[in-house]
Ligand binder design. Structure first.
Ligand SMILES: Nc1nc2c(ncn2[C@@H]2O[C@H](COP(=O)(O)OP(=O)(O)OP(=O)(O)O)[C@@H](O)[C@H]2O)c(=O)[nH]1
Ligand SMILES: [Mg+2]
Length: 309
């Protein structure tokens, strides 16, 4: 069932079409000779889709080599070659999210800049883990805004899972500490910590993140077992700067790319894969709980470049 679900999400993505730029489709579909002009146009379109200048050049260089070697001769083969090349770049980061069981409470710390979908992703992850029979608790560590605490509590009620929250203004690290102590006491399998949105260039807020990390480590030196960065695909190349800064502050174990449904810039995922090699266990393509899918490199590449056009 999971496979089918996953596939239909990626198929939906392919259908939206504005996902990649219409441009690439029209370049490849216009027929005619595969000449230097077409290769230049393909490179431009990949850059517009946010694969980044470097990766776009690299992909088109490989394509050019294959055309010269006559391994690629038709437009259909160009499309297939691009699809396979992109899937190959994505493959190493598209690893399943394996959370060992039975080793006490495991902690997932969810971080990212403002408004990227952290809290929604926390809820989706909780639901996903719950479906696998795992007990989950949430910690409301966005203590800057009362509304943020309320938002998480509403998700907790909806999903029927406990939420640890304290008053607005409480030190986020203290909330994280108490939540982990409580989760361990209750024998909870996974504690997911929702954190406040913070700009990656804000040194004070980044330091606060380090503190949360440190305080968790005092209770369990291997916590947090997962530090998940949430990024909004619509932020384009800025996603790379965000990843760089968060990774330098607290080593990331994974990236979740959201809002792939609302953007033509999904190609940033390819740039992320090439530049950092950090696992991308999940992608999100909508606001609903079921709009989270384990990342599938082949299905994603197929959504970028559908077959048979
Ligand atoms: N279209 C779309 N919307 C999403 C997705 N994920 C989250 N959203 C929406 O994005 C908005 C912000 O989501 P939140 O989960 O509150 O984001 P956040 O990162 O917790 O925000 P802050 O806590 O304010 O930093 C909400 O309206 C969500 O419903 C997605 O994959 N696709
Ligand atoms: Mg939030």
């Amino acid at each position: 069932m999971a496979g089918k679900e996953k596939q239909s999400l990626f198929l939906r993505l392919a259908k939206t079409r504005n996902f990649l730029t219409e441009g690439l489709h029209s370049v490849i579909s216009r027929g005619g000779d595969i000449d230097a002009g077409m290769l230049d146009d393909i490179e431009d379109q990949l850059i517009l889709a946010d694969l980044g200048v470097e990766v776009s050049r690299e992909v088109v260089d490989r394509l050019r080599t294959n055309i010269r070697a006559r391994r690629v001769a038709t437009v259909a083969e160009v499309r297939q070659e691009l699809r396979e090349d992109i899937a190959k770049i994505l493959q190493p980061v598209a690893r399943p999210w394996l959370m060992p069981t039975g080793a006490g409470t495991r902690v997932v710390l969810v971080v990212g800049v403002n408004g990227v979908g952290k809290t929604t992703t926390v809820a989706k992850l909780a639901e996903w883990l719950g479906r696998q029979g795992r007990s989950v608790m949430l910690a409301a560590c966005d203590t800057f805004r009362a509304a943020a605490i309320d938002q998480l509590e509403v998700w907790g009620q909806r999903l029927d899972i406990p939420v640890v929250a304290q008053e607005r203004g409480t030190d986020a690290a203290a909330v994280a500490h108490d939540a982990l102590a409580s989760a361990r006491a209750r024998g909870i399998d996974t504690l997911i910590i929702d954190s406040a949105g913070r700009q990656h260039v804000n040194a004070d807020l980044m330091e606060q993140l380090r503190k949360i990390h440190r305080v968790l480590g005092r209770i369990d030196e291997s916590a947090p077992q997962e530090t998940l960065l949430v990024v909004d695909a619509g932020n384009g190349q800025n996603v790379l700067a965000q990843t760089q800064a968060f990774h330098a502050t607290i080593a990331l174990t994974g990236i979740c790319v959201t809002k792939l449904d609302g953007t033509a810039r999904g190609g940033v995922i390819v740039a992320l894969a090439r530049r950092f090699g950090i696992p991308i266990p999940f992608v999100a393509m909508g606001e609903r709980l079921e709009d989270l899918a384990p990342f599938d490199a082949t299905a994603f590449a197929r959504a970028l470049l559908p077959e048979g056009d």
